[in-house]
Design a protein around this ligand. Structure first.
Ligand code: CUK
Ligand code: CUA
Length: 683
C-alpha cells in the first residue's frame, strides 16, 4: 500500500513538473522552486523534480516509471515472494526474490556447486546417490520444482525437483536450503511429469516421458507395443525423516504413450492424479529408415490421452501386496491398474502439453500445443461417467471416457497454449508459446462471480519476449492462489539484452496481475544465463523459516542432528592408526586448529572440521589444493571428508570465505611426506 502511495506521489510530481505523460517526455521539467504553489507536494514529500528530469533523460514512459516503482526494493527491504525455479541444464535450483527479481541463491542439487562446497569433499555422498549403473552423473535436466504442501497450500518446509534426463528426484530441506537426498528411479530411464506433490505431500509424483522396457531392459523397437511401457511413480515422502522412502513407494505401469505432465487432484479431486500424454500414436521414429519422423508420427492423431489415476485405490493395491517387483521396486501392472479401477483415460485435443487443476479441484485444464484452445474437463462429470461405466477401451483395455462426457468448456486463446496457472480473482493464465503471450481467461462455475466477465472467455493477452514455456503466478497452483504477480518463463531472450554470443539466455518476465480485465502490465526482465529453467513456484516469503545458523555447534546438516564427529574447542588432534589418519579440526575467526597437519604419502585421511562459531555471518571455507577439496562451513556446521594422500608435497589449506580482517591468515600447512627414500636431498 505504501508503495502505491509512493507511486502516486511520484506520478503527481511528474505531472506537476510538466512531464508529458501521454508520450515520451519532450518538455523540460520546471526548475526546482519555479513551480510556485504546485511545488509544495514535491518538497513535502522530500522529492525533487529530479525524478522527472531523470525520466526524461532516459526516455522513460509513464508505464516504465510505474513498472520501476513496482519492482524497486530499497536497500534492506526484503522481497514479498520467493521463486524456486528449476535451473534447467545446470541441475540446480534458483532462488529469486519477487518483485525485485534479484537472484538470492543457486542451490547445489544434482551438480557440484563450489561456493556451497557441494561435491568437493562434502555433498559427494548425496551426489553419488544419483549414480546410474555405477556411473556418477554430475548434471541434470531439472524441470519441475515442487514445494511441499499442507492441505493444498505451500508450507515452506521442503522442495522437490526432478531430473528429466535420468529420471531422478531430489529432496531439499528449506531449513538450510540444502539438498538431502537424490533418488534414481530403478524402473524408468527418464521422466518428465515430476515433481508434483499430493495436497499433504504424502507422495511426490514422478511421471514418465519416453516409453522404454521397464527396469532399463533391452528390447527391439519392433516390440514397442508389447514390451515398451509408460509409467508414473509415487514416491512416499516421510516428513519426519526428511527423506523419500523407496520401500513405501510404487510405480504404475502405463501404456507406451509418452506421459508428459501430471498434476495432483486437490479439494474435491484429492486422491486422483491427472497426467497428459503426447504419443498415443505410438510412433517409434526412424526417419532414416523411411518412417515418419517422431514429430510427425507423434502428432498424426487428433487426440492423445489424459490419464486419470485413482491414487487411493493404487495405494490400497500396493499395501495389499498386489505389486510385482522390478529392480527391487514395487510395480502395479497395467492389467492390475485396469482390473482394480485405478486407471482411466480421456482424449485431449491435439498434442496436449500440461494438465493443471483449478484451485477448487473441480476442473482439469489441458492445453493442446497444436490446438488454439484450452479444454476444461469436469471432475464431477468424470466421476459420473465412471460410475455409469460408460466407456470404450484402448488397445490395452484401458477404459476411455468420451471427451464430450467430461468436457465443461473450451476456450480459444491463441497459438501454442502450454501451461496454466490461477489467481484469486477467478482468472486462469495460459502461456502461448507460438504467440509469445500470456492469455488471461475467466473461469466459470463457482469462480464466475469473482470477475466481471462471462465465464470461460478470453479476457486479455500480454506479449512476452519470447516463446514462453511455463508461467507461474503467486502460489498459483495451490488451493488458494494470491494473484498479484505472474512470471513468464520465456525460452529465448533474443534481443532483450546485450548480446553475449550465440547461446542466448532465457528471460523471466514479471507481470503485474493485481487487477481485473485485459490489462497485465509487464514489469521487469530477468535474464537467466545458467540453463533452461522449465517450471518454478512462487511462495509468500514469510512462509519460509530458514535457520540463520545451525541449531548447535557440531551440527551435521546431512542428518540434521549433532554429529558424532563434532570437534569442540580444545579437543583438536591428529590421530594415527596404521596408515589411517584422522584429523579433528576447529575453525573460528581467524584460525584453524591445528595449523600443521603432518602425514605420509599413501595415508588414508579422514578429516573432521567443526565451525565452532554461532554468529550470523561467521561462515568459513576450507580448501586443500590439488585434492579437489572445498567446503563451506556455515556457523555451527560439522563436516567430514576423506581422501587418499597420493601426492606428496606441501599443501596450504586456507579459508575461502572472507570472514574477517585476518581472513588471509586463516591458513595452515598440510605436509605430506614422501614415502620411501626421499629424492629431495641436495647434499
Ligand atoms: S515442460 Cu518445459 S515448457 Cu518440462 Cu513442464 Cu512445458
Ligand atoms: Cu575463515 Cu576466511
Amino acid at each position: 500500500m505504501k508503495r502505491t502511495i509512493l507511486a502516486l506521489i511520484i506520478l503527481t510530481v511528474l505531472i506537476a513538473a510538466g512531464c508529458s505523460l501521454a508520450d515520451r517526455p519532450t518538455t523540460a521539467p520546471a526548475a526546482p522552486g519555479e513551480a510556485g504553489s504546485e511545488a509544495a507536494p514535491v518538497e513535502s514529500a522530500g522529492l525533487s523534480a529530479d525524478a522527472a528530469a531523470i525520466a526524461q533523460e532516459r526516455g522513460l514512459s509513464p508505464d516504465d516509471i510505474t513498472a520501476a516503482l513496482k519492482v524497486y526494493q530499497p536497500t534492506g527491504v526484503h522481497d514479498e515472494y520467493m521463486i524456486f525455479a528449476s535451473g534447467g541444464h545446470s541441475g540446480q535450483v534458483l532462488v529469486i526474490g519477487v518483485p525485485s527479481m534479484r537472484l538470492l541463491k543457486v542451490i547445489g542439487v544434482f551438480t557440484p556447486e563450489p561456493w556451497q562446497g557441494w561435491g568437493y569433499g562434502v555433498g559427494n555422498r548425496v551426489l553419488d546417490e544419483g549414480a546410474i549403473n555405477g556411473r556418477t552423473i554430475r548434471w541434470a535436466d531439472t524441470h519441475h520444482p515442487a514445494l511441499s504442501e499442507t492441505e493444498g497450500d505451500y508450507d515452506g518446509e521442503w522442495l522437490f525437483i526432478n531430473d528429466k534426463a535420468n529420471a531422478r528426484v531430489a529432496v531439499i530441506d528449506l531449513r538450510d536450503f540444502e539438498t538431502k537426498q537424490l533418488l534414481k528411479n530403478p524402473v524408468v530411464i527418464n521422466d518428465h511429469g515430476g515433481t508434483f506433490v499430493t495436497p499433504n505431500t504424502e507422495y511426490v509424483i514422478e511421471g514418465g516421458q519416453y516409453a522404454a522396457p521397464l527396469g532399463w531392459e533391452y528390447d527391439t523397437l519392433d516390440n514397442y507395443n508389447d514390451t515398451y511401457r509408460g509409467a508414473v511413480t509415487f514416491w512416499k515422502f516421510d516428513r519426519e525423516a526428511g527423506r523419500i522412502d523407496p520401500e513405501q513407494s510404487f510405480l504404475i505401469e502405463l501404456p507406451p504413450y509418452w506421459q508428459d505432465l501430471c498434476d495432483s487432484g486437490k479439494q474435491v479431486s484429492e486422491g486422483w492424479i491427472f497426467c497428459n500424454s503426447l504419443n498415443a500414436e505410438r510412433a517409434t521414429g526412424g526417419v532414416e529408415k523411411g518412417n515418419p519422423p517422431f514429430e510427425a508420427g507423434a502428432s498424426q492423431g487428433e487426440t492423445d490421452y489424459m490419464h486419470l489415476i485413482n491414487l487411493n485405490k493404487a495405494e490400497a493395491v500396493f499395501q495389499n501386496g498386489g505389486t510385482t517387483d522390478v529392480n527391487g521396486f514395487a510395480v502395479i501392472s497395467l492389467q492390475t491398474a485396469i482390473d482394480e479401477g485405478i486407471l482411466y483415460m480421456t482424449p485431449e485435443p491435439k498434442s496436449p502439453h500440461g494438465v493443471d487443476i483449478t484451485p477448487n479441484g473441480q476442473y482439469m485444464v489441458v492445453a493442446g500445443k497444436l490446438d488454439p484452445h484450452v479444454t476444461i474437463y469436469s471432475f464431477e462429470k468424470m466421476l459420473e461417467t465412471i460410475e455409469a461405466e460408460k466407456w470404450t477401451t484402448d488397445d490395452y483395455g484401458v477404459p476411455v471416457l468420451a471427451l464430450e462426457d467430461l468436457r465443461e468448456a473450451q476456450v480459444e486463446l491463441g497459438l501454442g497454449p502450454l501451461h496454466t496457472q490461477f489467481d484469486d480473482q477467478g482468472y486462469a493464465y495460459t502461456s502461448l508459446f507460438l504467440d509469445s503471450a500470456v492469455a488471461r481467461w475467466s473461469l466459470g462455475g463457482e469462480y464466475a462471480d469473482l470477475h466481471p466477465e462471462e465465464p470461460w472467455q478470453l479476457v486479455g493477452k500480454t506479449s512476452v519476449h519470447y516463446n514462453i514455456g511455463h508461467l507461474l503466478a503467486a502460489e498459483g497452483d495451490t488451493v488458494s492462489p494470491d494473484g498479484k504477480y505472474l512470471v513468464a518463463m520465456n525460452k529465448w531472450a533474443i534481443d532483450r539484452f546485450a548480446p553475449v554470443g550465440p547461446l542466448l539466455p532465457q528471460n523471466f518476465q514479471l507481470l503485474d496481475i493485481d487487477n481485473t480485465g485485459e490489462n497485465m502490465q509487464l514489469l521487469y526482465d530477468m535474464p537467466i544465463g545458467i540453463g533452461e529453467p522449465h517450471y518454478a513456484q512462487m511462495i509468500k516469503a514469510d512462509k519460509l523459516e530458514p535457520w540463520e545458523v545451525y541449531p548447535e555447534v557440531g551440527w551435521d546438516p546431512h542428518e540434521q542432528a549433532l554429529s558424532p564427529n563434532a570437534v569442540q574447542l580444545g579437543e583438536e588432534k591428529v590421530e594415527r592408526n596404521g596408515s589411517e589418519v584422522e584429523v579433528f579440526m576447529t575453525a573460528v575467526r581467524s584460525h584453524f586448529t591445528p595449523e600443521h597437519v603432518e602425514i605420509e604419502q599413501g595415508d588414508h585421511v579422514v578429516w573432521h572440521i567443526t565451525n565452532v562459531e554461532q554468529a550470523l555471518d561467521a561462515t568459513h571455507g576450507f580448501s586443500i589444493p590439488g585434492y579437489d577439496i572445498n567446503l563451506s562451513l556455515e556457523p555451527g556446521e560439522a563436516a567430514t571428508f576423506e581422501f587418499d594422500a597420493e601426492a606428496p608435497g606441501v599443501f596450504s589449506y586456507y579459508c575461502t570465505e572472507f570472514c574477517s580482517a585476518l581472513h588471509l591468515e586463516m591458513t595452515g600447512y598440510l605436509l605430506v611426506k614422501p614415502s620411501g627414500p626421499t629424492a629431495m636431498t641436495t647434499e
